[in-house]
Design a protein around this ligand. Structure first.
Ligand SMILES: Nc1ncnc2c1ncn2[C@@H]1O[C@H](COP(=O)(O)OP(=O)(O)O)[C@@H](O)[C@H]1O
Ligand SMILES: [Mg+2]
Length: 1079
């Protein structure tokens, strides 16, 4: 919730003088002083802001402060210039009311600073954006430019505005700035040529000389030395705390931002330089033949330089300083100027040059900051005019300035009262007129059309004949003598005849702000503001764009014989326009007060402030404000602020705010005369009542604070308690849940156990019952079957013979057999003896028969097969059969021989012519002829021999020659020895003592060993006259070589060097045959 603050919070003294109690000048000053001492420089009188000049920077103009005051109600925060600026800006933006900010106060009271604060505040809070920011920047930067040219150091203020300034800032409907218009009022141009003691010329001269670069100065033909220029008083050329050089840079920069072209800036500086040069031109008298003195220029150097700067022909200007041409009707009369007149002409030129330059600057700035869009806009005017001035020596300028202030006071009185009155009317409050000093009489004294001081001055100036300041004073003395605010020694009013404080050449006016003594000297001249036509024409001829513009009346084509309007007349007119302008706008007042004359912080000179309070009419202001009612407030905030004082309105009032306030006031028993109800506001007559309300509110706030504390503490404890309670419930709930869960799980597991036991017991019981039932059923069935069988047999025995069963059996068997054989016939295997197939038997009991039939069938088909053989083939098979009988499973060589057919004659001995002779030597048929190796006993190597076998003998012959080497009759052969292995070694052992045995046994080796041995055995078997040839199969046997018996031993060797069998002699009695193992 937004904290509602109020002006009334943390107040030092009272923030609004209307609330001052008791109200008198002393308490007023005391309040101001108290606040000033606490750095509270702003105080309100209703909606008027009193601003005390702090003469030091206070930390109350920060961007944070801007934010604080932004969009807040006027009385919401402690008094501040920002509150006023915000109020003005918001009513401009939101209520579409043109505003003006009127800043008044005497010189050095802080008006210019206040106007800048207002402008910067408005710039900070109004819209943003590139274009808008540029406009803002230009508006703000116009200040340094105008201050440089229009401000000067005076005894009152180091930066005193020497011109009046009114600036209209224009906004669009959204409140974004569009541009602005500046109006300037009467620059104090006399300062250009002469400054009072302790004061300076306009800042720009000093800034130019200290800040410009050497180059620029050279171009402008200037020296950096102030003392070289007559127009610059040396009194206070350097002011402490004022950095002219830095300010010059600021000004140049500002000119650039505002939009001055480089050449424009240069032209301006040239003019400034020309004014300085002009001041240095001096004159000397030169007697003429007619006895009059004519002025001559002393040293033409400055004149020359000035003419060069401005592009003026030197002779023209020189002449203009010596002669004066007066044109009357058709005549032109030229008169010479004396030295005094020449000086007058020079100074007049300098003043005109400078003041016209100043006006041109304002116009030029206006061109830049002019609102571009032609849309309807709202305006906020800021008026910062020179303040009321009372010097030791007051002249025409002070008269004008004070007149202006007089007018402002008038408008202040008028508007304040009007506004006040209007408010009462608007609110429907009864209004009784209040007495206040109306300065309208003083204004009349000065500006009245027929007999006002200004009118009379004009009259004097226009009157033919000798016109002096004295004649003017005389006139005043006659016309204004009776006016109660006019005082003069020589007036008809004898009252002042003896008043020595009033010199003869002076008159005194009782201004609203005090009496001011004016010296009449110079009034007529200053009002005339004469510039000799020759000079303006000389200026017009200048070859310098700016100068030409400044002196349009010098144009010979536009010679105007009418006198130009006087300064006083012009000023009166412009003040009139300004006043009318201000009256159309909603005024906001800032009344500046200077706390001391020393420009020092922390000093509060009571007499000085009292004086200002008096002439500013602040007391009257307060009184007027309070005359009706001291305090007013719209119903809503009032109800909001005090509603706690009444039970019925606290804490909420549902009805309209006004009724709420009425209930509140009745309840508080505030006397009826103390307040009135307006349409939208309540008006409180006395501050006392407001303070009573405030006091009650303060007490009530304390009570409320206690109440809030109480409730808060209660709430805090209670919420803590509730939290604890809640937590406890949660904890308890969780714990209970846990405990219940545990318990449940226990019960559940016990139940499961009990249940399983019960179920098991039940199941077993059921099983037992079922088993019993099943057995019973089986028994019943068996019994029933037997019983039925008995019954049936007993029944059927009557119908069948006793042996019918066997017959049935035989028949059945017969049928089975029949089917079996027929089946066998159709599934008979092939006739091949090696076919192993035989159909399966259908019945177990046929097993024996089936096997037998298979055997018979096999024998039969073998027989069938054999019966197809020829005799020869039969013999071959018989031989193979015999070989199998001898060797099968006894010698490893056998399996390889089964597939080899026994060819017998491998040498085809009868056909081979080589063996013709051998063949013929054989008496019997050769059964086997082959090449064998005869093993040599000495080294185990073999020699090839032809081996021939007949029915009677074995013959060994030489392989090459066919010569018979040995012929052994078969009866001499006792046995044959062979190994068990796959070698072809065999030993033929001879009968001891036989003729063949002389040479010993034969150890031979043949590839057809099996065939050879088989054949040998067959022959032996068929011969009736001999013993059966024994065949010895062993891996070690003895062989008789001539005398010795040698043992032949067969070993299994690794299959080395091919598959060959090797025979080695180991020693005399051992031959070792190594046979590779057959895989
Ligand atoms: N609000 C302020 N804060 C600090 N100094 C101020 C303030 N107002 C004025 N001054 C000081 O007082 C001097 C005179 O103020 P200025 O506004 O020029 O007076 P005025 O325009 O009324 O003649 C300034 O130069 C400045 O030093
Ligand atoms: Mg000022």
């Amino acid at each position: 919730m937004e904290v509602k603050t109020s002006l009334l919070d943390n107040m030092i003294g009272v923030g609004d003088m209307v609330l001052l109690e008791p109200l008198n000048e002393d308490s007023f000053l005391e309040n101001l002083k108290k606040r000033f001492d606490h750095n509270e420089i702003y105080t309100y009188i209703g909606s008027v802001v009193i601003s005390m000049n702090p003469y030091r920077s206070l930390p109350i103009f920060t961007p944070e402060k801007v934010e604080e005051y932004r969009n807040r109600n006027f009385y919401e925060l402690s008094p501040h210039i920002y509150a006023l600026a915000d109020e003005a800006y918001r009513s401009l933006r939101d209520q579409d009311k043109d505003q003006c900010i009127l800043i008044t106060g005497e010189s050095g009271a802080g008006k210019t600073e206040a106007s800048k604060l207002v402008m910067s505040y408005v710039a900070a809070v109004c819209g943003k954006g590139q274009e808008v920011n540029k406009v803002k920047e230009q508006l703000l930067q116009s200040n340094p430019v105008l201050e440089a040219f229009g401000n000067a150091k005076t005894v009152r203020n180091d930066n005193s505005s020497r011109f009046g300034k009114y600036m209209d800032i224009e906004f669009d409907f959204k409140g974004d700035p569009l541009g602005g218009v500046i109006s300037n009022y009467l620059l104090e141009k006399s300062r250009v040529v002469k400054q009072p003691r302790g004061e300076r010329n306009f800042h720009v001269f000093y800034q130019l000389l200290s800040g410009a670069s050497d180059d620029t100065l050279k171009k402008l033909k200037l020296h950096r030395d102030f003392s070289k220029y007559n127009y610059l008083s040396l009194d206070s050329a350097v002011v402490t705390g004022l950095d002219d050089a830095a300010n010059f840079r600021t000004v140049r920069n500002a000119m650039q931002i505002v939009g001055f072209m480089e050449d424009e800036v240069l032209s301006v500086l040239e003019l400034v330089a020309a004014v300085l040069k002009l001041g240095n031109i001096e004159f000397k008298p030169e007697s003429r033949c007619n006895g009059t003195d004519e002025s001559r220029i002393k040293d033409k150097n400055d004149l020359k330089e000035m003419c060069e700067l401005l592009g003026i022909e030197q002779s023209v200007l020189e002449r203009a300083f010596s002669y004066r041409t007066v044109e009357a009707k058709m005549e032109k009369v030229s008169t010479t100027l004396n030295v005094a007149q020449a000086y007058y002409a020079r100074d007049a030129l300098a003043k005109n040059l400078y003041s016209r330059l100043f006006s041109w600057l304002v116009t030029r700035i206006n061109e830049s900051i002019k609102a571009q869009a032609k849309t309807r806009h709202k305006v906020m005017g800021v008026l910062d005019i020179y303040g009321f001035e009372i010097f030791e020596d007051n002249s025409f300028e002070q008269f004008i300035i004070n007149y202006c202030n007089e007018k402002l006071q008038q408008i202040f009185i008028e508007l304040t009262l009007r506004e006040e009155q209007e408010e009462y009317v608007r609110e429907g409050i009864e209004w009784t007129n209040i007495e206040y000093f109306n300065n309208a009489v003083i204004c009349d004294l000065i500006e009245k059309n027929q007999n006002g001081i200004l009118a009379m001055l004009d009259e004097e100036c226009l009157r033919p004949g000798t016109v002096t300041d004295e004649t003017f004073l005389d006139k005043l003395n006659t016309v204004c003598a009776d006016h109660q605010h006019f005082e003069s020694r020589l007036s008809k009013n004898s009252k002042f005849l003896t008043d020595h404080s009033l010199p003869h050449n002076c008159f005194r006016i009782q201004h609203y702000a005090g009496k001011v003594l004016y010296r009449v000297e110079g009034f007529v001249d200053k009002n005339n503001d004469l510039l000799y036509r020759d000079l303006s024409q000389a200026m017009y001829k200048a070859n310098h764009s700016l100068i030409k513009q400044l002196f349009p009346e010098g144009n010979p084509a536009k010679v105007n014989l009418k006198r130009p309007p006087t300064a006083g007349f012009q000023f009166k007119a412009s003040v009139g326009t300004l006043m009318r302008n201000l009256q159309t706008k909603n005024p906001n007042y800032i009344r500046c007060i200077k706390p001391n004359d020393k420009k020092a912080s922390h000093i509060f000179t009571e007499s000085l402030v009292r004086h200002q309070v008096r002439y500013l009419g602040l007391m009257e202001n307060v009184r007027v404000r309070r005359a009706g009612y001291a305090f007013r407030q719209t119903y809503e905030p009032c109800l909001e602020r005090y509603k706690m004082l009444c039970k019925r309105t606290w804490p909420h009032w549902r009805g309209p705010a006004r009724e709420g306030v009425e209930v509140l006031m009745t309840d508080l028993q505030v006397p009826a005369e103390e307040f009135s109800y307006g349409r939208s506001k309540i008006f409180i007559r006395n501050p006392r009542t407001l303070f009573f309300l405030e006091e009650r509110r303060r007490q009530c706030l304390q009570d409320l604070a206690t109440l809030i504390q109480k409730i808060y503490r209660g709430w805090k404890c209670r919420s803590h308690f509730l939290l604890l309670k809640k937590s406890q419930i949660v904890v308890a709930a969780w714990y209970r849940r846990y405990a219940q869960q545990k318990k449940y799980q226990k019960i559940k597991s016990s139940t499961t156990v009990v249940q399983s036991y019960t179920r098991g017991w039940q199941a077993r019981k059921l099983l037992r019952e079922l088993k019993y039932q099943k057995r019973c059923e089986e028994a019943v069935t068996t019994i029933a079957a037997y019983w039925h069988g008995t019954q049936v047999r007993r029944e059927y025995r009557k119908f069948f013979r006793a042996n019918a069963g066997k017959k049935i059996y035989d028949f059945t068997i017969q049928r089975i057999m029949q089917k079996y054989f027929l089946g066998l016939k159709s599934t008979m295997p092939s006739m091949s003896p090696i076919d192993k197939n035989w159909p399966a038997r259908p019945y177990l009991f046929l097993d024996g028969v089936h096997t037998e039939l298979r055997r018979i069938f096999h024998l039969w088909r073998c027989k069938k097969y054999r019966s197809q053989f020829t005799e020869e083939r039969k013999a071959v098979y018989e031989e193979k059969l015999e070989a199998s009988e001898i060797f099968k499973d006894k010698k490893a060589l056998y399996p390889s021989s089964v597939s080899q057919p026994f060819k017998g004659d491998y040498l085809e001995i009868s056909k081979n012519p080589k063996y013709q002779k051998l063949s013929s030597a054989m008496d019997e048929k050769v059964l086997l002829a082959d090449v064998v190796n005869k093993i040599n006993r000495a080294n185990g190597k073999g020699t090839a021999r032809l081996f021939l076998l007949t029915k009677k003998s074995v013959v060994l012959a030489d392989q090459k020659t066919g010569q018979v080497k040995a012929s052994v009759p078969l009866p001499d052969l006792t046995s044959v020895s062979v190994s068990t292995q796959s070698d072809g070694f065999f030993a033929l052992k001879l009968k001891e003592g036989s003729a063949s045995a002389v040479k010993g046994d034969f150890l031979l080796s043949s590839e057809h060993l099996i065939e050879i041995i088989t054949k040998l055995h067959r022959i032996g078997a068929t011969a009736a006259d001999r013993e059966q040839l024994s065949i010895d199969i062993s891996d070690e046997f003895l062989v008789q070589f001539k005398q010795d018996k040698v043992c032949v031993k067969f070993i299994q060797g690794a299959p080395k060097n091919g598959n060959s069998v090797s025979c080695k002699r180991k020693n005399n009695r051992l031959l070792e045959v190594s046979v590779p193992t057959t895989a």
